[in-house]
Design a protein around this ligand. Structure first.
Ligand code: DX5
Ligand code: ZN
Length: 226
């Protein structure tokens, strides 16, 4: 099953005082979407950005905004994020009471529906609902902070999810999030990811253009391995 490959810079590691410029730079460098991390201090032990920032960003970039909601009670907020400009919304399986209903709600709002799973959450928590989804987000760090080390067990999760989606003939995107950088992006591609979130691997790393071109080249040259 051929899935489109997308690079999604996570603005969590961007310079927030210059957010518009940072986003413009990765857009010019060929980003496919902007990964937007929302934290509530409950689901994760940190706070980040929310609706007003998304509304402002929506006005300055043409790229799809990929909202990653690391929040409790996501059903109270998804409408607001879609209205603010999110093209895709990831809600965590750990706090989603009814995945099929959430996916339907996101579709009704006009957004792509995605479910995320933490490193300790089994893929079986989300796979039974794959038919309802546009994307599955696999966390490869414990959510809450940028700049953490990639957890290698995520590679096996990617393989399981990719094989199962292919077996069922489902063209659902597989997004990997956490610790992805130039040094491991090929491995992550080989395991089956097709949407690559990278925060500290891009922002603050000098020339975004060079980094993202190298990333894209590695993704294109690496076959998926069984
Ligand atoms: C972690 C966030 C990630 C994070 C990725 O809680 O969901 O999107 O920003 O950043 P890096 O690539 O630095 O791990
Ligand atoms: Zn994220």
């Amino acid at each position: 099953m051929v899935r489109e490959e997308k690079i999604a810079p996570s603005i969590l590691s961007a310079d927030f005082a210059r957010l518009g410029e940072e986003v413009a730079k990765v857009e010019l460098a060929g980003a496919d979407m902007i990964h937007f991390d929302v934290m509530d201090g409950h689901f994760v032990p940190n706070l980040s950005i929310g609706i007003p920032v998304m509304e402002s960003l929506r006005k300055v970039t043409r790229l799809p905004l990929d909202a990653h909601l690391m929040i409790e009670n996501p059903e109270l907020y998804v409408d607001m994020f879609v209205k603010a400009g999110a093209s895709s919304v990831s809600v965590h399986a750990e706090v989603c009471k009814d995945i099929a209903a959430m996916a339907k709600r996101l579709h009704d709002l006009g957004a792509r529906a995605s479910i995320g799973i933490n490193p300790e959450t089994d893929v079986q928590r989300v796979l039974p609902f794959a038919e309802h989804l546009d994307m599955i987000l696999i966390m490869s760090v414990h959510p809450g902070f940028g700049g953490q080390q990639f957890i290698p067990e995520a590679l096996e999760k990617l393989r399981i999810v990719r094989r199962e989606l292919d077996r069922r003939g489902l063209k659902v995107d597989i997004e990997i999030d956490g610790g992805v950088k130039l040094s491991n992006i090929a491995e992550v591609k080989a395991a089956g990811a097709n949407v690559f979130v990278s925060g500290s691997g891009i922002f603050g790393q000098g020339d975004y253009n060079t980094i993202m071109h190298k990333m894209r080249d590695l993704i294109a040259r690496t076959p998926i391995k069984d």
